[in-house]
Write a protein that binds this ligand. Sequence first.
Ligand code: WT7
Length: 632
Amino acid sequence: MWLNIDSFEEYKEVYEHSVENPEEFWDHEAGTFYWRKRWDKTHSGSFKDGDIKWFEGGKLNITENCLDRHLNTIGNKTAFIFEPNHPDSFRRTITYRQLHEDVCRFANVLESKGIEKGDRVAIYMAMTPELMIAALACARIGAVHSIVFAGFSAQSLAERIQDCDAKMLITNDGLRRGEKHVPLKDISDEALEDCPSVNKVIVCQRTNRDIDWVEGRDEWWHLLIRNASKEHEAVEMDAEDPLFILYTSGSTGKPKGQVHTCGGYMVYTSYTFRNVFQVEEEDIYWCTADAGWITGHSYILYGPLLNGASSIIFEGTPTYPDPGRLWEVCDKYNVTHFYTSPTAIRALMKEDIEYVNKYDLSSLKVLGSVGEPINEEAWHWYHDHIGNGQCPIVDTWWQTETGGIMISPLAGVTPTKPGFATLPLPGIQPALMDKNGKEIEGNGVQGNLVIKHPWPGVTRGIWGNQERYRETYFEDYPGFYFTGDGCRRDEDGYYRITGRVDDVLNVSGHRLGTAEIENAIDEHPKVVEAAIVGYPHDVKGEGIFAFMTCDDGVSKPETFKKEIHDLVSKIISPIAKPDKIQIVEGLPKTRSGKIMRRILRNVAAGETDDMGDTSTLLDPTVVDEIIAGKAY
Ligand code: WT7
């Protein structure tokens, strides 16, 4: 492992240097990796044109940096510890050497099935080591992986496969998450009915339930790897070749396939992992995220492996078999670094404290939080009861688009403040903007969060749609990357993220577009038009409130709500089900036909005393009707 920043003074110096001379700074970082050929140009392109490049001309393979490079030094060190859904099921550890062999084997399998550099491969799997092996094997042969969260529906999976024309799908027969069983292969079969690009499906055994089989298309993972060689020469990639695509929701339209590249993403995730968490040689690191989200990509898969860390892959849920599960796992493996979401903390702090006290958590050194704003109550509970008042909390702000952590304390280095992501990482220049697109200078201010200078981990595009990429991130504030978040900078210059300022919801740390949910609900034969807003929810952070107009009334609202739930689960995922629905006579629309969401947000939050200016509404009387209405 390489040197970390280890004092606040040093952070300030490094930060200063990184801002004055970003190229020299990143040049130096990139120099710590193994490149087949050094890059010609450190950085080019700008946010003005949306044509960012880093380490152009550099040749590498990220898996050589995750695996091969470690074989002579830490080959026998644990790379992954696998903790299954049920604590009594088979668990195992995998060393760097074994992981290297497994990845090589599967890389050979992929090539033997005709997958080539540049091809897209969809991965729809349980949280097991095989998911990681599948992704790394893709990276090793230069195929672009697109991991789809195994909680998404057949329709969502199909949409993602179609968008990038994936040639292959890798899945499991099924998975268990808590008490639930998810028939992944059945869902895949349904999705593939509309995906002519896929001609091979590799199925990895997990639940051993009966599944349908398509001869000639489907093949068993375990049979394929049996005779595959454990040696494989990694394919040479250009720094700017795509490494993976990950779909995420925006305020409009269908999910966007964010494209991350081999060189910049590697340098950025590795640097941020090392400095934010300050993981040392003997430590056991655990990030509870799912690999279907960016947190899993950057801080279970790539960041830890690039740094030679030992980390846990957890298949289960925080409450199964009981709400002590996370603490049981921390105790069992002497976890030193624990990284989870505010939603998990809020859910677990409601439970009997005995579920925590039963376990020995004295191995913990660093706690992390990610995905949503952490409220002060949750921060303190986490700090006092899990960290025993001893562990720094790193509240890490970042996004799918940023590739890695952007604003966060460095563990043990940056003085923390509850609810604050604190200060930008070296190389990151945040700024706050007012409504007129002017930068707000000074401290004790609030505005829309943008980033000034490109960093190596930033998304290079939206798959197949560079125009949409430019419109989404670079049009609102020309020359800057717009995050979509609101933010406060306090008197000390510390950053506190206040939440999305666009029509994106953050429900239990899951990012959902209001338009997507509205489109799903509109499919119900009774629904004329739906409008979705978020409202404060004490566990999920944000709840989903659906207002809708319906044809000829609804006599049984409870049954109707269930129909809406089924529909949304089928079209998107159970994570997008509205918490509350309200049927209204009319939606508050302006004369130009735009829904005034501000009104609906107020009603959903129960804040109806001051509804602000409603004079631009086509029919202001709908407001009183909505306030008087009943939600289910
Ligand atoms: C959105 C990005 C970061 C990886 C997981 C989510 C919100 C994320 C924080 C934080 C307050 C946060 C933002 C951001 N968010 N981390 N520490 N404090 N808000 O990635 O699905 O792309 O969502 O999550 O609103 O824009 P994502």
